[in-house]
Ligand binder design. Structure first.
Ligand SMILES: Cc1cc2nc3c(=O)[nH]c(=O)nc-3n(C[C@H](O)[C@H](O)[C@H](O)COP(=O)(O)OP(=O)(O)OC[C@H]3O[C@@H](n4cnc5c(N)ncnc54)[C@H](O)[C@@H]3O)c2cc1C
Length: 380
């Protein structure tokens, strides 16, 4: 068995799981090299707690360099070129080649200058931090949560943000109203009608005003949000989800399909048209049997990473059998007051995803916190 090199593109959720699983299943003669433009890994689910003051910034990131102690080589730098044909990447003007390549570069967040001037992009660490600074000084008025474009990662996140903000305002006796605008027809629509109705009821029951099918179109006077259907609203505090795109360095390759995201030739094996090149997580575009897209969520990136790492190790070790990503996924939905709901099911089910949702309870909230602790314990 010759020594192999596996290039892991991205030290986000999918990349960290893939590299760790590979290291645990390959002997030290094989190299695992991970690349990320950020020196630190960000555990994005915790941003929702950070934006309402329930996490400190240093609790939601860790140095990716720590992975070197486990035998994972880490290169900090922007990937400026990907050559899937030759399984090569260019980083810091150096070219690295491997026998296998796992692409987990996530989604590129494109910040609109006008939104940036008016509100806080809570999908980033900086934006979640600045939102919390503003919320902690907020004396009342209108808070708007805006989904500026589809698709976006974690379909539950804007709903959780609105619920957590609403909870904070109530707990602190701040007189305010919370509005949520989104271009979606319904919340977490891909999970089916039952889940959607549950989430909408949860939000509206708390007094949050929900405006689906509202496509944001611009800002007037640096403060009033305009929508395609003529609606306008003027927030005193704005938290927004930015536009998502497939990262530019991937768009410059032939890996991108009609969806604008990486096309897979097998949605269960996460293989691309290039032998030995796999793609996982938010950068991929997976169309489900009923025509909707698999949501961009960490739970899928995680399971896809485990699948791909297992299959590469099986190939290299020449023992065991290949496994498939089943489309199973779970999602905790923070509702405030120390409670969360829990949706789970199979998104690959034919003809429709088969997903159910448990009512909010303290158990699911604690399970979400437990998973956050497990994440740092297992991977860093
Ligand atoms: C507020 C919020 C809450 C969320 N909550 C949940 C949740 O509760 N459950 C859930 O399942 N999902 C959740 N998600 C979604 C989840 O974080 C993502 O789906 C997941 O991180 C996707 O993993 P990934 O590996 O595909 O991409 P990412 O984790 O985004 O990692 C991509 C990595 O690639 C790096 N990168 C990109 N381009 C380059 C380049 N050119 N050169 C070098 N490095 C590059 C980036 O720096 C990044 O580290 C949430 C997301 C947000 C924003």
């Amino acid at each position: 068995m010759k020594n192999k090199t596996i290039l892991v593109l991205g030290g986000g959720l999918g990349g960290v799981v893939a590299a760790t699983e590979l290291r645990e299943n390959l002997n030290d003669n094989h190299r695992i090299v991970m690349f990320d433009k950020q020196p630190q890994h960000l555990y994005a689910p915790s941003l929702l707690w950070l934006m309402v003051g329930k996490r400190k910034p240093q609790k939601v990131t860790r140095d990716l360099n720590r992975l070197q102690q486990k035998g994972i080589e880490f290169v900090n730098g922007e990937i400026t070129n990907i050559d899937p044909d030759r399984k090569m990447v260019t980083v810091n003007e150096t070219t690295y080649s491997g026998n296998y390549m796992i692409i987990s570069l996530g989604a590129e967040l494109t910040d609109s200058p006008s939104l940036k001037q008016t509100g806080h992009n809570f999908y980033t660490l900086e934006g979640a931090k600045s939102f919390w600074r503003a919320l902690s000084q907020f004396e009342g008025g209108k808070v708007v949560v805006l989904v500026s474009a589809k698709p976006f990662k974690c379909p539950a996140a804007p709903y959780e943000a609105a619920l957590l903000i609403n909870d904070y305002l109530q707990q602190n006796d701040i007189s305010a109203e919370v509005e949520l605008y989104t271009p979606e027809a319904d919340p977490m629509g891909v999970a089916g009608e039952e889940v959607s109705e549950n989430v909408q009821n949860l939000v509206e029951h708390k007094g949050i005003k929900y405006f689906p099918e509202h496509q944001w179109s611009g800002i007037s006077d640096k403060k009033t949000l305009r929508f395609d259907n003529g609606t306008e609203t003027t927030p005193d505090l704005l938290a927004y989800v930015p536009e998502h795109r497939c990262p530019q360095v991937i768009r410059e390759t032939n890996l991108v399909g009609e969806s604008g995201w990486i096309a897979l030739n097998d949605n269960e094996m996460m293989t691309t048209d290039y032998e030995g090149v796999y793609a996982i997580g938010d950068a991929t575009g997976v169309t489900l049997p009923a025509g909707k897209s698999l949501p961009k969520a960490g739970v899928f990136a995680h399971k896809q990473a485990e699948t791909v790492a297992h299959n590469i190790a099986t190939d290299i070790n020449e023992e065991g059998s290949l496994i498939k990503f089943s489309g199973e996924g779970q999602c905790f939905l923070e509702t405030g007051s120390g409670k969360a709901g829990f949706a789970s099911g199979n998104f690959y089910a034919d003809p429709e995803p088969d997903v159910t949702m448990k009512n909010p309870g303290m158990w699911w909230h604690w399970a979400k916190i437990w998973f956050e602790k497990y994440w740092w314990f297992k991977y860093f």
